[in-house]
Design a protein around this ligand. Structure first.
Ligand code: HEC
Ligand code: HEC
Ligand code: HEC
Ligand code: HEC
Ligand code: HEC
Ligand code: HEC
Ligand code: HEC
Length: 217
């Protein structure tokens, strides 16, 4: 009796299971989880270390997944705000965490949210100093940049220390507004920039630390 009941139930269970698998939303790709399974970034991102252009697609193809998954979906790459970048030159320099850490400690790091020395000290590979949010990331949303997955402009300026707008900007950007002027720099902004109470936060990343009245006047 019990045996018959089970036999009748099996096809229903299989069908029910298949329907559930088809309709269940796919979980996003988790670096946090997969870095316990696959130790090196380059096992999956095998084109990254040799890449010479910012526009290269460095996402893995399904060959990086076939040992464990029959079927996967991999999206299109998200762009960061930079136009010119060469992974090959920078990856060859090895783990850059110590260089960033030295700048943070010396207070020459220009960004308003510097990485912590402890966070940097944990980094062992040649990728994570720039991609600091990846080891704790649970998903890669498509069509939308996740700032934590990419380096900050201030990270680059630790080494590319010449700041002379607009000329120095062309090292990493293609000019999209005349003289790279940001949208914040309206006529009203310029009229008010000498006021005592004018906010000066975030100016250093484009104008450097020696951003004084005398510097321009
Ligand atoms: C198991 C394979 C695998 C490993 C290991 C792996 N990645 Fe990824 N990575 C992926 C996949 C898959 C995506 C893209 C997911 C998508 O867009 O569908 C991705 C996306 C990314 C992105 C783009 C993120 C974004 O927001 O657009 C960066 C940057 C990245 N990985 C860096 C790294 C770094 C650095 C490491 C090592 C610390 C690493 N990955 C390890 C598979 C991997
Ligand atoms: C060493 C084995 C291994 C490799 C290689 C691997 N994965 Fe996974 N992956 C797993 C395991 C184990 C799970 C968790 C079990 C599960 O949910 O299937 C998982 C879960 C997932 C999930 C969430 C569950 C789902 O299917 O909705 C996605 C998405 C995923 N992997 C994508 C990828 C992609 C893309 C690659 C290749 C770039 C990859 N994995 C490479 C072992 C691996
Ligand atoms: C000096 C900083 C730096 C280092 C080191 C670095 N990256 Fe990147 N990476 C970047 C920048 C900048 C971008 C954004 C490029 C763009 O937007 O086109 C990027 C983009 C990516 C992407 C995004 C996906 C894509 O197709 O554009 C992946 C994946 C990636 N890097 C993987 C790696 C891996 C793997 C390593 C180590 C072998 C590594 N990176 C080392 C700065 C770095
Ligand atoms: C550890 C120091 C260091 C850091 C951090 C660093 N760079 Fe570089 N970068 C160099 C050196 C050294 C060179 C080779 C000499 C040169 O062209 O300036 C270079 C070269 C370049 C070049 C010229 C590449 C070519 O093909 O000729 C670009 C563009 C560039 N870096 C952009 C960036 C960006 C964007 C970042 C941040 C995501 C960054 N760099 C972070 C040291 C660094
Ligand atoms: C050595 C490389 C480098 C130089 C030089 C540089 N930048 Fe950047 N910049 C970056 C990187 C990398 C990003 C992307 C990271 C981010 O958005 O925080 C960025 C982001 C930006 C953004 C935000 C873009 C976006 O779409 O999110 C603006 C605006 C910008 N830079 C303006 C400038 C200006 C103006 C100069 C000259 C004073 C300059 N940059 C010099 C590397 C550089
Ligand atoms: C994203 C980069 C960026 C940031 C952040 C930034 N600036 Fe600028 N700024 C520029 C560039 C590029 C120019 C144009 C340089 C040129 O044409 O000579 C400029 C020009 C100026 C000028 C000259 C006025 C003019 O009309 O050319 C003043 C004053 C100025 N900025 C003030 C500030 C102040 C104050 C802050 C902080 C609140 C700030 N900027 C933040 C990029 C930036
Ligand atoms: C990045 C260069 C830069 C810096 C730094 C700078 N200025 Fe200026 N300033 C300019 C430029 C360029 C103009 C002319 C703008 C115009 O007339 O369009 C100007 C114009 C002025 C004016 C006339 C404003 C008006 O109504 O036209 C005053 C006042 C002034 N600046 C005061 C200051 C004071 C005070 C400081 C320091 C807190 C300062 N500036 C820092 C570039 C700068």
């Amino acid at each position: 009796m019990a045996h018959h009941l089970l036999k009748a139930l099996i096809p229903a269970l299989i069908l029910g299971g298949a329907a559930a698998a088809l309709s269940a939303p796919r979980k996003p790709f988790s670096h946090k989880y997969h870095l316990k399974q696959v130790t090196s970034c380059e096992n999956c991102h095998k084109d990254a270390a040799a890449s010479t252009k910012a526009g290269d697609n460095l996402l893995p193809d399904s060959m990086a997944c076939v040992t464990c998954h029959d079927e996967v979906e991999i999206g299109q790459p998200n762009r960061s705000g930079v136009d010119k970048f060469n992974h090959s030159i920078h990856v060859e320099m090895g783990n850059l965490a110590a260089v960033l850490s030295a700048a943070v400690k010396a207070k020459t790091y220009l960004g308003s949210d510097p990485p912590s020395a402890e966070e940097l000290a944990k980094i062992q590979d040649p990728c994570t100093a720039c991609h600091r949010g990846i080891p704790s990331s649970d998903s890669v949303p498509h069509g939308q940049k996740t700032a934590a997955h990419f380096p900050h402009m201030a990270d680059c300026l630790v080494c590319h220390a010449e700041i002379r707008p607009p000329d120095s900007c062309g090292k990493c950007h293609v000019e999209s507004t005349p003289n790279f002027r940001p949208a914040t720099h309206t006529q009203e902004f310029v009229d008010r920039h000498g006021d005592k109470d004018f906010p000066r936060q975030g100016c250093a990343v484009c104008h450097g630390r020696k951003f004084t009245c005398k510097g321009c006047h």
